[in-house]
Design a protein around this ligand. Structure first.
Ligand SMILES: Cc1cc2nc3c(=O)[nH]c(=O)nc-3n(C[C@H](O)[C@H](O)[C@H](O)COP(=O)(O)O)c2cc1C
Length: 410
């Protein structure tokens, strides 16, 4: 279940050109199961209408503290008390200044003062406005008070210039909210390491031996752990996926780089989930220049013979780290195309793991690239859990449930 299911989120929209993007944010929040109360500043209403936000949130939209019914005046305290998070997106330079100085001159500013819920600010403005010492000082003041400043992105601004000041994508804003709402979860205070994606072993400067891993299961694991309060290090091989918000990503494209990154990241970690597809073999020598057809020396000039050597066994090498930090929970993946159960059990025993997640990657709805996965969990206490075909996010939740149980036994 999404951490946003049933969460009370207040979205404050200020009068910036990116106000239209807040409609998509509210729509996605509602789709994730959140109860969303939207507050528009008076200037936001110059850009977007309450009608749009009311239709998307299916709740009243709060715009005017001075509404003659007096409803909004009382409502701001109610909203402030109920909120699990207040996200201001887009946050204008003006609203950032008002919040930094504790003004309460409209509904949004009044709720921001009255709530004890975490405050998230997504600044969006022309780059000189953002870089102005006044704006920077206001943001620093808010951050020092514990507000989460979601860094604006660099790219084309509404002015036509390229610079920093763009409102981040909806997925990033959602990631920030999920992290904040989930921070008291059952992995709070835990440090976890997740590996994801496939490795690429170079043959020459332009070619490599790779595999079909997309990284989706590993990225889903990283996001799920973040949403349960963990501090997450994601060691990524080859993947096209964007870095989840709030996750520390380390790129490690080869088996050797992944080994080094895992060993370093696991120092003082609580759990390691190795979902990356790491090459078992790597070329003995990498050609300095692109291998050319006509230069390949073989009996008839038609064949190229590659000599490969075993890559290091990362889990075996981790024993030295475990000697220092014996509590590290280790979860391995077994991506197989036949005799999945036997392979899973064998890996559990052979590598002395706490849990093995085995899947048959030859199935269309399971494994590489697909949105779903059909896995069997092999626990070290002998239990076997065969899960049905599930979204990778749901598989991730099962794996973290098992890790939480193991952590509790430590
Ligand atoms: C067309 C237009 C676009 C604007 N875009 C931004 C913007 O992206 N960011 C910003 O900080 N201010 C922007 N402003 C200025 C704000 O609208 C102005 O500072 C206003 O007072 C903000 O009020 P509020 O913060 O209470 O919503 C823009 C103004 C206009 C007319």
């Amino acid at each position: 279940m999404s951490v946003l299911q049933g969460a009370r989120i207040v979205v404050g929209v200020a009068g910036g050109i990116a106000a239209y993007k807040a409609a998509d944010l509210v729509s996605k929040l509602v789709q994730a199961g959140a109860l969303v109360d939207v507050i528009l500043t008076a200037h936001a209403r110059e850009f977007v209408t309450p009608l749009t936000f009311g239709a998307l949130s299916q709740r009243p939209v709060w715009a005017d503290l001075w509404e003659p019914t007096g409803m909004a005046a009382a409502r701001h305290i109610e909203l402030a008390a109920a909120a699990q998070a207040l996200l201001v997106a887009p946050a204008t330079a003006n609203t950032i200044a008002r919040l930094a100085h504790g003004l309460a001159d409209d509904m949004l500013a009044a709720v921001a003062l009255a709530t004890t819920a975490p405050l998230l600010i997504a600044p969006a403005m022309e780059h000189h406005m953002l870089q102005h010492p006044a704006t920077q000082a206001n943001l620093a003041l808010l951050a020092a008070r514990g507000a989460h400043i979601i860094p604006p992105e660099t790219g084309r601004l509404a002015s036509g210039e390229i610079g920093t000041g763009r409102l981040p994508e909806t997925a990033t804003l959602l990631g920030a909210l999920r992290q904040v709402v989930g921070r008291g979860g059952d992995l709070a205070g835990r440090r976890v390491v997740v590996t994801a994606g496939g490795t690429q072993e170079a043959l020459d400067p332009v070619r490599y031996i790779g595999n079909r891993s997309s990284g989706r299961q590993g990225f889903a694991l990283a996001e799920a752990a973040r949403d349960r309060g963990a501090q997450v290090t994601l060691i990524a091989g080859a993947t096209a996926l964007p870095t989840p918000y709030g996750v520390t990503r380390i790129d490690a494209l080869t088996a050797a780089a992944m080994r080094a990154a895992v060993l370093a990241a696991c120092v003082e970690a609580d759990a390691l989930v190795m979902s990356a597809a790491v090459a078992d073999f790597t070329p003995i020598a990498v050609a300095e220049h692109k291998i050319k057809k006509r230069e390949v020396a073989s009996s008839d000039g038609a064949d190229l013979v590659l000599r490969l050597q075993r890559t290091p066994d990362i889990l075996a090498d981790l024993d030295a780290v475990r000697a220092q930090y014996p509590g590290l929970i280790r979860v391995g993946f077994a991506a197989e195309t036949r005799e999945v159960a036997a392979a899973g059990r064998d890996k559990l025993a052979r590598k002395g793991l706490d849990l093995v997640v085995a899947n048959d990657v030859s199935q269309p709805d399971s494994g590489f690239g697909s949105a779903t996965n059909t896995v069997t969990l092999f626990h070290k206490d002998g239990r076997t859990e065969a899960l049905p075909s599930l979204p990778k996010t749901a598989v991730a939740a099962h794996i973290w449930d098992a890790v939480v149980a193991l952590l509790a036994q430590r």
